[in-house]
Write a protein that binds this ligand. Structure first.
Ligand code: SAH
Length: 390
């Protein structure tokens, strides 16, 4: 037999017959290329390469990001013959729902997704003031399958890093949430996404290029993206200093959150192991510089862990560390009651210790809030749902 078998799972050989509408062949471990991997120029380029007029790119983006319509049969401004081929080539399924869990009367919805190679990631949609005017929605998304930062109190940190997520895998979590809201599938009637927080699985700064490209599509106005305000996007990091410095130059006025969890290097070395490379002072300096250049207040995340980091003297020390760079309201502390992970010896602080920690910070004039603990019943803490499935 002289017939050739082409395995598109691996590579498209050079002598393969030219196919219309072929994008990059999927590589093992790497998800197939998707519309959301591309920027507006890249989409026009691919559309032209597929033999279609460039204006089709705007039409497709309008269906995907503005109308949030994932059923190509409804894309009636495209010739019927083109629709299915276009959908196959540009819109492969990247996220397959494995489990969806709701709590708080259905206003918190956690999704566990399977990626094309079997990796599991999760996102959480939270609705505030559902059904009332001014209702807002926040989606918490993942940037990596697993995480390499190994923070001992975090469920994701225990399993190590599997791989970086692609730009489109990141964007499509938000598209899926926006679609569910638009269709009225979340308690409180139709709505839209106002805030995106990178506080799901993974260290976003360790997947910098894909995360930034994803953010550019999230903030791009219609038809090229979801039109979410940059100020509504929060990137949370363990404190990869060179990447914080790079973000400062990016010209994207997003909110930076830094997971500090301890004001002293001795303790932080154990709670956030990357601290052995980037020390507390260095991380706080980079965060301060971010606030100075972008005029955006930085959020300091601090998970309160009973008898580990919740002593009153550490609140004083935290205030001192943060005020060292000036007192002009550049920073805000977000205290997170520890959500204990299975098998962990650590738990949340006693209420009186938490109150004293807040009181001390306030006495030093440091703005502070305690984060609400939505989603606890559904393993809302970072990585817990994926961990229980695996
Ligand atoms: N890797 C990034 C973003 C993911 S985690 C980062 O570390 O910032 C988002 C936030 O949840 C971080 O502040 C993280 O430290 C915190 N977190 C993780 N596990 C937690 C737990 N079990 N209880 C409370 N907060 C937790």
């Amino acid at each position: 037999m002289s017939e050739k078998i082409y395995d598109h799972e691996k590579v498209v050989p050079d002598d393969a017959p030219a196919l219309p509408l072929v994008m990059q062949a999927p590589r093992r471990g790497k998800p197939p290329e998707h519309w959301s991997d591309l920027d507006a120029d890249g989409r026009r380029e691919r559309i032209r390469a597929a033999g279609l007029p460039a204006f089709r790119a705007s039409q497709l983006s309008r269906h995907w990001y503005e109308r949030l319509d994932d059923d190509p049969s409804g894309w009636t401004d495209l010739p019927a013959a083109v629709r299915a081929a276009v959908a196959d080539q540009f819109f492969p399924t990247l996220l397959t729902p494995v489990r969806t869990l709701g709590c708080d009367d259905g206003t918190t919805v956690k999704s566990l997704w399977r990626l094309h190679d079997g990796a599991l990631v999760e996102s959480v949609l939270m609705r505030y003031g559902a059904g009332r005017p001014g209702s807002r929605s926040t989606i918490c998304i993942s940037s990596q399958a697993g995480c390499g930062m190994a923070c001992p109190f975090c469920a994701t940190g225990q399993g190590g890093l599997q791989r970086n997520m692609s730009t489109a895998e990141i964007v499509e979590q938000v598209v899926a949430g926006a679609r569910a809201l638009a269709r009225g599938e979340v308690t409180g009637g139709p709505g839209r996404i106002n805030n995106v927080v990178f506080m799901g699985m993974g260290e976003p700064m360790a997947n910098y290029r894909s995360v930034i490209a994803a953010i550019r599509t999230l903030v791009a106005p219609a038809p090229d993206g979801l039109g979410i305000g940059a100020r509504g996007i929060t990137l949370s990091t363990v404190g990869l200093v060179p990447r914080i410095q790079q973000l400062t130059e990016e010209g994207l006025p997003i909110t930076l959150a830094v997971s500090l969890h301890a004001p002293d290097d001795e303790l932080r070395d154990t709670l956030v192991p990357i601290n052995t490379r980037h020390k507390v002072d260095e991380v706080v300096d980079a965060a301060w510089e971010y606030a100075r250049v972008t005029k955006r207040r930085v959020s300091i995340e601090y998970a309160l862990i009973k008898d580990i980091n919740d002593q009153a003297w550490r609140a004083d020390e935290l205030a001192r560390v943060l005020k060292r760079r000036g007192d002009w309201g550049w920073v805000h502390v977000n205290l997170i009651p520890l959500n204990p992970t299975p098998g962990s010896k650590w738990t949340a602080s006693r209420p009186e210790d938490e109150r004293e920690f807040v009181r001390r910070l306030e006495a030093h004039g440091v703005p502070v809030t305690v984060r609400d603990t939505r989603g606890r019943e559904i393993d809302g803490a970072c990585g817990q749902l994926a961990a229980s499935e695996a």
